[in-house]
Design a protein around this ligand. Structure first.
Ligand SMILES: [Zn+2]
Length: 160
């Protein structure tokens, strides 16, 4: 066993050892974006009274709006050439393209393709946002957390 390990270590280049060492150094980077939107929480299988009881003002039939703040955190090992986990300008472009342009100034119940047939609670919205962007990230950068603030005092987090 000792002999085998000793041989293995001799065969590993310094670069590879350094890479293996770096693999434990995970850094988390976050981009914040903002959008405004309207929704209502309403279960069509329930009576109006049941909806009012469960969702209160959020069931208002003519919608209501929020100013949403979205925090998207990506994890990875900093690239030795750039020092970046990923280029945050690219993350901004992905978020604008896949999320903000689809949600900003929209009615989440009616206008958004990726929220079709989804109850647009912030819990469900973060799950759908995750699906929108998880495959858009460059190699080596992985989605870690999506946090969505509906109000200053109310937010959800999703870790995939
Ligand atoms: Zn609401």
């Amino acid at each position: 066993m000792y002999y085998k390990l000793n041989t293995l270590w001799k065969e590993l280049s310094l670069d590879l050892i350094f890479t293996l060492f770096l693999q434990n150094i995970m850094v988390y980077v976050t981009r914040k974006v903002h959008f405004n939107g309207a929704h209502k929480l309403f279960n069509p299988n329930w009576t109006e009274e049941q909806n009012d009881e469960v969702f209160g003002k959020c069931a208002n039939k003519n919608w209501h709006g929020h100013n949403f703040d979205l925090y998207v955190t990506v994890k990875g090992v900093p690239n030795p050439d750039t020092g970046f986990v990923m280029d945050l300008k690219k993350l901004k472009v992905i978020l604008e393209d896949k999320v903000v342009s689809k949600l900003d100034h929209k009615n989440f119940n009616l206008d958004v393709d990726f929220l079709k047939d989804v109850m647009p609670s912030i819990e469900n919205i973060v799950i759908k946002i995750w699906e929108q962007i998880e495959h858009e990230l460059p190699q080596g950068a992985n989605l870690h957390c999506i946090k969505l603030y509906e109000t200053e005092n109310q937010f959800v987090e999703y870790y995939g």
